[in-house]
Design a protein around this ligand. Structure first.
Ligand code: A5P
Length: 236
C-alpha cells in the first residue's frame, strides 16, 4: 500500500484536474489558495502551453500569485476584470448544501471577494473535507478582523457561543498577519446548526472584515479520493 500522504496528494490532484476541464479559451478566472489549488494551477499552466489556451487569473492571495507566476499563468486584477468567468478554490470543510468553511490558509477575504465576482464557483477538496455539519470535529471558523477590534470581536464571539483566539504564526512570534494587514481569529462554535444565521450575526460585529463561512456560493464541488472524483452540484 502507498503511504497516506501520497494517496492524499492523488485525491487533491484528481479533484483539481476535473475542475480545470471547465476552463475555456478566453476565460478570466479566479485562482484560489491552498495545496489543492496548486494542482489546478499546474494543470492550467500545462494547458496554456499545450493548447495555447488564452486565460488570465485573479489570484486570491500572495500564495496564489506565486502559483500563477510559477505556472506562467498571466495575472490580472478585479479592477481590469470585475466579472470573472469561473473561480477554482479549495475549502476546509464542505457540507451537503455545498456551504463551506474556508480560511485555514488565511486568505478568506480575497477568496470571498473573488468568488462573489465570479459567474461560477468550483470547489476542489479531498474526501476528508466533507462533513455532515460545518464546525464538526473541532473545525473553527476563521474570521479576518481589524487588529484594533480583536478584543471586541473575541467578546462578541463568546456571546454567540464561540471560543475564539487570535491565530499565532509558526514562523514568527505573535499573530498571523493576513495579506490585507489584519489578524485572523479562529472561532470554534462546535457543530453549526444554522450557518447562514451565524454568518449574518458575525457580519454585524464591528471590526469583522470577513468570515470564512461561504454560504450559498458554491456551484460545483469536486471531492477527490485516491481512486476518483465525486461531483456535487448545488440544487438551484
Ligand atoms: C485558504 O484560506 C483556504 O480557504 C484554502 O482554500 C483551504 O485552506 C484549502 O487548502 P488545502 O487545499 O491546502 O486543503
Amino acid at each position: 500500500m502507498k503511504p497516506k500522504g501520497e494517496e492524499l496528494e492523488k485525491a487533491k490532484r484528481n479533484a483539481a484536474l476535473e475542475a480545470v476541464k471547465h476552463v475555456e479559451n478566453g476565460f478570466v478566472i479566479g485562482l484560489g489558495s491552498g495545496s489543492t489549488v496548486a494542482y489546478a494551477a499546474e494543470e492550467i499552466g500545462r494547458r496554456i502551453k499545450s493548447e495555447s489556451l488564452n486565460v488570465k487569473a485573479v489570484p486570491t492571495s500572495y500564495q496564489a500569485l506565486m502559483l500563477a507566476v510559477k505556472n506562467s499563468i498571466p495575472v490580472t486584477t478585479l479592477d481590469e476584470n470585475p466579472t470573472l468567468d469561473l473561480t477554482i478554490d479549495g475549502a476546509d470543510q464542505i457540507d451537503k448544501n455545498l456551504d463551506l468553511i474556508k480560511g485555514m490558509g488565511g486568505a478568506l477575504t480575497r477568496e470571498k471577494v473573488v468568488a462573489a465576482a465570479s459567474k461560477k464557483l468550483i470547489i476542489i477538496a479531498d474526501w476528508r473535507k466533507k462533513t455532515l455539519k460545518l464546525g464538526e470535529n473541532g473545525q473553527p471558523v476563521p474570521i479576518e478582523v481589524l487588529p484594533f477590534a480583536a478584543a471586541l470581536v473575541i467578546r462578541r464571539i463568546s456571546t454567540l457561543g464561540g471560543k475564539a483566539r487570535v491565530r499565532e504564526g509558526s514562523g514568527k512570534v505573535g499573530p498571523v498577519i493576513t495579506d490585507n494587514g489584519n489578524f485572523i481569529i479562529d472561532a470554534d462554535f462546535g457543530p453549526i446548526e444554522n450557518p447562514a444565521e451565524l454568518e449574518r450575526k458575525l457580519k454585524a460585529v464591528p471590526g469583522i472584515v470577513e468570515t470564512g463561512l461561504f454560504i450559498g456560493m458554491t456551484d460545483i464541488a469536486y471531492i477527490g479520493s485516491p481512486s476518483g472524483v465525486e461531483k456535487l452540484e448545488r440544487k438551484k
